[in-house]
Design a protein around this ligand. Structure first.
Ligand code: FPP
Length: 245
């Protein structure tokens, strides 16, 4: 938990869903939903900073999104490119640290360079850590971690008996980032869709009915409010976790 504000989740992770439906409901092309989704993302970053959230992770492009029509994939890539080009300086000025999780396979070299540069430029910032899950899939991430550990065992550097949860977590894309306290999915869908499956083991899940392009400070506050009502026990009893929440 966040030491400064014990009732505010330190890490909020968001599955930004419902762009397509938002556009279809208005007779607009799906692209328009994604474009308005970027505006919702900008609002949410500011609202998260103001709420005292320390880590904000957003699911921007999943490993499964490659199954979408090529023009939609190109649009999502273009939006990320323009978002970094347009917003990086502002985010840096606001002391935001950017981290990217996911793999580079399939991404164009200019996007890889933009993401690398954004991480390097903001690496020492001490404000909100903004984690962009791009070309990310949790099962792939875990398989890669297992391969790393298996290699270390094969090379004789590690014994299988010494593999712990911490050691495994340290091989994930999210190494060094605390697990999310709260995972929010918008648009009323209720599943994790290969997002932070290991890291969300003890997260509170909140399903917001709001379609992502309409997400704003009020919707974030409502999700935090729902989180605050929950009794987090981490498998123990309320007294066993020292009255967290
Ligand atoms: C899900 O809506 C959303 C996505 C697949 C992409 C999320 C992307 C953005 C919010 C904009 C991109 C932002 C950056 C910075 C890259 P959906 O299309 O699955 O909606 P639907 O379920 O209503 O069809």
């Amino acid at each position: 938990m966040n030491d400064e504000s014990p009732c505010i989740p330190a890490h909020v992770a968001i599955i930004m869903d419902g762009n397509g439906r938002w556009a279809t409901q208005r007779g607009l092309p799906r692209f328009e939903g994604h474009r308005r989704g970027v505006e919702a993302l900008r609002r949410t970053i500011i609202a998260a900073e103001e709420a005292g959230i320390r880590y904000l992770t957003v699911y921007s492009f999943s490993s499964e999104n490659w199954r979408r029509p090529l023009p939609e994939i190109a649009e999502l890539m273009g939006l990320l490119r323009r978002f970094i080009q347009h917003d990086l300086a502002t985010l840096h000025a606001r002391n935001v640290r950017i981290r990217v999780i996911g793999v580079q396979d399939g991404l164009s070299p200019d996007i890889i360079a933009l993401l690398d540069d954004a991480e390097k430029l903001t690496a020492h910032n001490t404000g909100l850590t903004f984690i962009v899950a791009f070309n990310y899939g949790s099962r792939r991430e875990m398989i890669d971690a297992v391969r790393d550990l298996a290699d270390e065992v094969r090379l004789g550097r590690l014994s299988p008996a010494d593999i712990t949860e911490e050691l495994f977590s340290d091989r994930l894309d999210t190494r060094g980032i605390p697990d999310p306290d709260l995972v929010v999915r918008t648009s009323g869908e209720q599943r994790l869709s290969n997002f932070l499956l290991w890291q969300a083991s003890y997260s509170e899940l909140v399903f917001s009915p709001v379609l992502w392009p309409d997400f704003d400070r009020n919707a974030l506050v409502a999700a935090i409010e729902e989180f605050r009502q929950r009794d987090r026990r981490f498998g123990g009893t309320p007294s066993a976790v020292g009255g967290v929440l």
